[in-house]
Design a protein around this ligand. Structure first.
Ligand code: NAP
Length: 259
């Protein structure tokens, strides 16, 4: 299926690896020119080169912390009129809510709620004027099924989801959709780190812990960044213009509810 977005311009945040990179690659394969972002310059530039070589699109890497005002300004300066924005950043740390002070909450809200909102604010009027826009927020399955030790993520991402639910119904009339893509467990460095920590605690090997975790998922495996990217590219396609304000859960069926 031709996604109908060849020649469009996208900003993909937090995209040197993992889910962000999966989205960047999938959009590039559809002929979308990219501004990609992450903090570590060497890794980001290597990813930009890999995408260019594989797809031939224009890729501009901007190595900044996207959760800062200055960082977001640099990203937007490199792509002042984006057609597509993929909002992403690292997730907040796990812990016990009794230990989180105001600073911990502000940091989580800044990264996982206000940063995507700032990108929406900066881009949505231009998109509506031009009659086309796609914004996909990478959030988490924790929006639908909260995880107790990820309270900072549950809270901040739910705030973003609530905000988007309202605005996505105002923009769609002008060709601009905003949706959430909710990852369950995906095979990225972040997930591998979780299983390394688990192995260090349990005394079992990393492989044993990782494989046991994968088997527990109804699909019998973890998701891949490539399949996550493909779903993202579809949400950004011309075919998805009637999908807005939705939260698409990709978790291999791990969420046990009917709705
Ligand atoms: P990952 O493999 O660790 O990749 C994270 C990417 O984000 C890297 O490119 C990293 O590069 C970049 N990044 C992190 N903080 C940034 C910042 N402040 N500014 C700019 N770039 C930043 O992680 P992932 O698994 O793809 O996770 C992506 C998001 O999905 C996270 O919010 C995570 O909580 C969420 N999620 C993931 C899963 C999963 O199973 N993988 C499940 C649920 C939710 P630098 O470090 O160089 O900046």
């Amino acid at each position: 299926m031709d996604m109908g977005i060849k020649g469009r311009k996208a900003i993909v945040c937090a995209a040197s690896k993992g889910l962000g990179k999966g989205c960047a690659m999938a959009l590039a394969e559809e002929g979308v020119d990219l501004v990609i972002n992450a903090r570590t310059k060497a890794e980001l530039e290597a990813t930009a080169e890999e995408i260019r070589k594989k797809t031939g699109v224009k890729v501009t890497p901007i190595a900044v912390d996207v959760t800062t005002d200055a960082g977001r300004k640099q990203v937007l300066a490199a792509c002042p009129e984006p057609d597509i924005i993929i909002n992403n950043a690292g997730g907040p740390p796990p812990g016990d809510f009794r230990d989180w002070d105001r600073d911990a909450w502000i940091k989580a809200i800044d990264a996982n709620m206000l940063t995507p909102i700032e990108f929406i604010k900066a881009s949505v009027d231009g998109m509506m004027k031009r009659g086309f826009g796609r914004i996909v927020n990478i959030t988490s399955s924790s929006v639908k099924a909260p995880i107790d030790i990820l309270g900072l993520s549950n809270g901040a991402r739910s705030g973003l989801t609530g905000f988007v639910a309202g605005v996505a119904r105002v923009t769609v009339r002008h060709g601009v959709t905003i949706n959430g893509l909710l990852p369950g467990p995906f095979a990225t460095d972040r997930l591998r780190g979780t299983y390394r920590a688990r192995a260090a605690k349990s005394g079992k090997s990393y492989e044993e812990e990782y494989n046991a975790g994968a088997k527990m998922n109804p699909a019998g495996r973890f998701g891949t960044p490539e399949e996550f990217g493909a779903a993202c590219a579809f949400l950004c396609s011309v075919h998805a213009s009637y999908i807005t304000g939705q939260n698409l859960l990709m978790d291999g069926g791990q969420y046990p509810g009917t709705y």
